[in-house]
Design a protein around this ligand. Sequence first.
Ligand code: NAP
Length: 413
Amino acid sequence: MTQGRVTIPAEGGKIYYHNGTIQVPDNPIIPFIEGDGIGPDIWKATSRVLEAAVNTCYRGGRKLWWAEVFAGEKAHTIYGEWLPDETIETIREYKVALKGPLTTPVGGGIRSLNVTIRQRLDLFAAIRPARYIPGVPSPVKHPEKVNMIIFRENTEDVYAGIEWAMNTPEAKKCIAFIKDSFNVAIREDSGVGIKPISIYGTKRLVRMAIGYALMHHLPSVTLVHKGNIMKYTEGAFRDWGYEVAREEFGDSTVSEAELFARYDGKVPPGKVVIKDRIADAMFQQILLRPDEYSVLAMPNLNGDYMSDALAAQVGGLGLSPSANMGSEIAVFEATHGTAPKYAGKDVINPSSLILSGVMMLEHLGWQEAADSIVGALERTIRDKTVTYDLERQLPGAKRVKCSEFASAVIEKM
Ligand code: NAP
């Protein structure tokens, strides 16, 4: 079945929601964006691994049906535009998608396609787990103590794109308005940016983070903010976060303050502890006491920095998966970019997209298939069968191509 330029497999079924719960048929249609640069290499490797895991675990009882949708250079060739409406609408309709990296075209005023996809589909949470895979070279002494998952607000904060360059009429008008209305002086030779953080945006993000902690029986959710300085944005993020916990999860959460005031510091069984940390202190904590943290919820900019710092602690971007989630739609994607110098060379590490595919399988409720990939990938790396990026740091390792790495993972399932 072809809609526009997208071919929908006739054998597939639609994922949908019923009373707020995802309903996944045994033959779900999954739109995918191959991506630019190294995208085709890592997509081929990833789709082979995912299909093999599903086949091994369900013996034909379940199957993924891919539907290619286009963005980036391929879309430009086919449609003459970088991000066709058909791509957005197909993902909206089928609810779950897997995405390779996309080049942000330089110049011409084109915004990042990745940011545009997140905004158009209102994917308000960027979810980034950081967990150590044994054998991966790490810059810290105890990477195995890191097991955290970041929920980063994806739509607000200084990323909302409300900013004006120095000396533009907009910046001048803004500076004059602030002076006239509030008697607050800003140097005239300033660029101006606005940092909106709303109660709505904060609460839906923290709600998702706490829900995740409860569903996965995790010990704590930490609100990471810079509220000591930015009281009405970051400070409010903290206050609204505690409010969601109290008002919507009162029976299943306890704040850190309450824990010491009422429970002698011992967590009552089944309760998730809600705590908060100031962002700069938190960067120390993830290095010094990583095992005290589990789920982290934070505004956009803090989340951006923290995700890469944590990814580095456990072995870098080549191994770091991610999901962008809205209330119903989820797009799973590699965290790295298109690494153009390796395009078409079949050398790059496909683990980031493979592990994003694992997150996708977990989202579908296909946990057995997800677990079988993680186990096989861990065994492959433990045996030192790795792509160039890890091989150059691992004495005695066997260097394999991207496609060979995928084959090694499949063999170990
Ligand atoms: P990049 O593509 O992430 O690559 C930077 C370097 O990181 C590579 O040269 C390579 O390092 C390493 N690397 C990245 N992916 C790897 C993998 N899978 N396995 C092993 N090593 C990996 O960053 P960039 O060069 O700054 O960005 C290139 C383009 O990607 C830009 O157009 C940018 O806008 C876009 N981008 C897209 C996304 C996205 O789609 N979500 C995210 C970030 C950037 P070595 O050279 O040391 O081997």
